[in-house]
Design a protein around this ligand. Structure first.
Ligand code: MG
Length: 380
């Protein structure tokens, strides 16, 4: 539902620029595991004050947006100004109060910059981030400095550029000719535009060097979590143990409320740990008869689903099983396959290994099995 105070973002990604190298348009090139379109979308999707997003794509690129949900995708026009107008028209049905128009080639835009623009629109018809010039400005002629220009009132323009929606839509509808940016269109229509603080990291990627710099900045934005899990189960009378879902014949069984799969429990707790979402005991209390004899796959699947629902991808899990017997090595491959299947990741991302404790302590005396695990999750 739209509300009168709604603020939307129009992300313009219709260009075909390949100046940054390669044969595909720069906004679709790999950038720290994603592309500039995905990074720019994420910046606005993650911002609490943005209510809807319009993505303007080149007509040939519409199929590339097939995986995007919750955004309005529309095709662009012959030049940037035409593309922005199409984007604004696609948003008009929402009757937003404010719109932020962003160039997809600035994938490192920060939440603070977006907030600065939105806040300034309470007092101004337009607002855009600018960076005061710190370098001296020369006018050059034939390789020689011909003049030194005053820089005190000069700014480098960035995006997102924000406007009162109805006013900028009208301005674009009547604008003729090429425009450097949307501020130029707004000013041609008589709108006032405030300059808010920009950000040096909000660079426009144009050259291969810009890609390298954006890559360094975005790595700092990545949400990478590491969790650890540890579990112990004692032996009792029986003829097999279950480790990572694989039954292994043994002179004892492991004692527990569920199937006592100590290794799978450690990995499950590592995932909960990375998410800061408690542990198996909280999600599946031993006091609850539903989990008596349960296959621990239920617990691991729950943690995997929780990770996915919170936007995380499990990129790696490593588990060390600590016992004198049974021998783990002959079963490790099968365990990895089973864990990879449940976690829905490649087997190359699952490590299962074992150690003894040199006959020391409870594992050394053969009283039970311990397992320690680490899981790495990345927000996707
Ligand atoms: Mg356990």
């Amino acid at each position: 539902m739209t509300k009168p105070s709604q603020t939307i973002a129009v992300i313009v990604a219709a260009g075909r620029g390949v100046r940054a190298g390669g044969s595909i348009a720069k906004q679709w090139r790999d950038l720290t595991g994603r592309n500039a379109v995905a990074w720019s979308l994420q910046a606005f999707q993650d911002h609490a004050d943005i209510d809807a997003i319009v993505l303007v794509l080149h007509p040939h690129d519409l199929a590339l947006a097939a995986g995007y949900s919750d955004i309005i995708v529309t095709k662009g026009g012959a030049d940037r100004a035409a593309s922005v107008l199409f984007g604004l028209q696609a948003a008009a049905a929402l009757s937003p109060a404010k719109v932020l128009i962003h160039d997809v080639a600035r994938p490192c835009v920060s939440a603070q910059t977006i907030s600065n623009v939105i806040a300034a629109l309470d007092d101004h018809q337009g607002a855009a981030p600018g960076l005061a010039l710190s370098d001296a400005l020369w006018q050059g002629t034939d390789g020689l400095v011909a003049d030194i220009k005053p820089r005190d009132d000069l700014f480098r323009a960035q995006t997102p550029q924000g406007f009162h929606f109805a006013k900028i839509l009208a301005a674009h509808q009547t604008y003729q000719g090429p425009a450097a940016d949307d501020v130029a269109v707004a000013r041609a229509a008589g709108m006032t535009v405030a300059i808010v603080p920009g950000d040096e990291d909000n660079l426009k990627i144009t050259t291969p060097g810009d890609f390298a710099r954006a890559d360094r900045i975005l790595r700092g934005h990545m949400d990478i979590r590491t969790g650890n899990g540890f579990d112990v189960h004692a032996f009792e009378a029986g003829d097999h143990v279950t480790l990572c879902g694989i039954e292994i014949g043994h002179e004892f069984a492991l004692k527990g409320h569920s199937d006592a799969d100590v290794a799978m429990h450690a990995v499950t707790d590592a995932i909960y740990g990375a998410l800061a979402e408690g542990d198996i005991g909280q999600w599946f209390p031993p006091s609850d008869p539903r989990w008596k004899g349960a296959a621990s796959e239920v617990f691991l699947r729950h943690a995997v689903t929780l990770a996915r629902d919170k936007g995380f991808t499990i990129t790696h899990a490593d588990c060390t099983i600590i016992c004198e017997h049974p021998k783990i090595g002959p079963h490790a491959r099968q365990m990895r396959e089973n864990m990879a299947r449940i976690m829905e990741i490649d087997i190359e991302r699952v490590s299962i290994k074992a150690t003894t404790s040199e006959q020391l302590g409870f594992t050394g005396r053969g009283e039970g099995i311990a397992a320690s695990a680490t899981a790495t999750l990345v927000k996707s």
